[in-house]
Design a protein around this ligand. Structure first.
Ligand SMILES: NC(=O)c1ccc[n+]([C@@H]2O[C@H](COP(=O)([O-])OP(=O)(O)OC[C@H]3O[C@@H](n4cnc5c(N)ncnc54)[C@H](O)[C@@H]3O)[C@@H](O)[C@H]2O)c1
Length: 259
């Protein structure tokens, strides 16, 4: 436990995560990239990981172009070898990992009746099994350092279910339960683990939805507009900077859609 000193209180926003290293999965674009930018803006060295080197580098370049610290690494979250290589490479280059944001995710929407086992498996593997694998790979280093912040990107769909999203809803519900388990197992190591459950956020994932479906969602959002990736980044930032006495929680960022 630490008490805030005057000099800490005076420390600028820009320095809050100085010297820290943050890995964000699937951060070549969308919510992951917005989270990485927010953490980099507070001084963290951000590890932009994505399924291809090109997408990781594209995200990383946006951050370095802002004069902030980032580096792109390949990490296919469905491939154990790729995860292990990324963790090893990051540890060899930087020697530490303070923050892990499990963000990579996909949808393969279709009604239960029509859902193929491959569509079920692909979403569970990418959205849920990945969180188990990447966290297991990274958290051993946090454990040794006796410090860590793990933030998992779940979804309101994981709390409420949705038509056409049996695979996605189950994967995100799993992420929430996994979050609470990690929180319990690692609290004694000064590692917190929390989840964010976004509602409808304007990214390539939702841009592919039909206009009439988007209109329908809007009717149920009291704040009357879709969320931006930056809205999710604010919640991630809270867990990584303040929030040291908060673990095993799910924060909903949905414009009031579910309440
Ligand atoms: N957009 C929303 O409305 C919304 C709502 C709730 C939750 N989420 C969650 O937020 C997270 C980010 O979504 P987004 O909206 O930014 O989507 P997005 O499609 O814009 O970005 C997803 C990123 O994950 C990467 N990715 C996909 N498969 C991967 C794999 N196997 N290995 C590594 N990277 C992989 C993609 O390349 C991409 O960069 C996801 O977990 C998603 O489920 C999104």
């Amino acid at each position: 436990m630490s008490t805030t000193t005057l000099s800490e209180a005076k420390m600028s926003h820009h320095d809050l995560l100085k010297d820290q290293v943050a890995i964000v999965t699937g951060s070549g674009r969308g919510i992951g990239l917005a989270i990485a930018k927010k953490l980099a803006g507070s001084g963290a060295t951000t590890i932009i990981t994505d399924i291809t080197q090109e997408s990781a580098d594209a995200g990383s370049k946006e951050i370095t172009d802002m004069g902030l610290k980032a580096s792109g690494f390949v990490c296919n979250v469905t491939d154990t070898g790729s995860i292990e290589k990324m963790t090893t490479d990051v540890m060899n280059k930087y020697g530490r990992v303070d923050i892990l944001v499990n963000n990579a995710g996909i949808t393969k929407d279709t009604l239960l009746m029509r859902m193929k086992l491959e569509e079920w498996n692909a979403v569970i593997e990418t959205n849920l099994t990945s969180v188990f694998k990447v966290t297991q790979s990274v958290i051993k280093n946090m454990s040794k350092a006796n410090y860590g912040r793990v933030v998992n990107i779940a979804s309101v769909i994981g709390m409420h279910g949705n038509f056409g999203q049996a695979n996605y809803a189950a994967s995100k519900a799993g992420v929430i339960a996994l979050t609470k388990t990690i929180a319990k197992e690692y609290a004694s190591k000064n590692i917190t683990c929390n989840a964010i459950a976004p509602g409808f956020i304007d990214t390539p994932m939702t841009q592919k939805l039909k206009p009439e479906i988007k209109e329908k969602y809007l009717e149920f959002i009291p704040l009357k507009h879709f969320g931006q990736p930056e809205d999710v980044a604010e919640a991630a930032f809270y867990f990584c900077t303040g929030g040291s006495y908060v673990t095993g929680q799910v924060i909903v960022v949905d414009g009031g859609m579910f309440m």
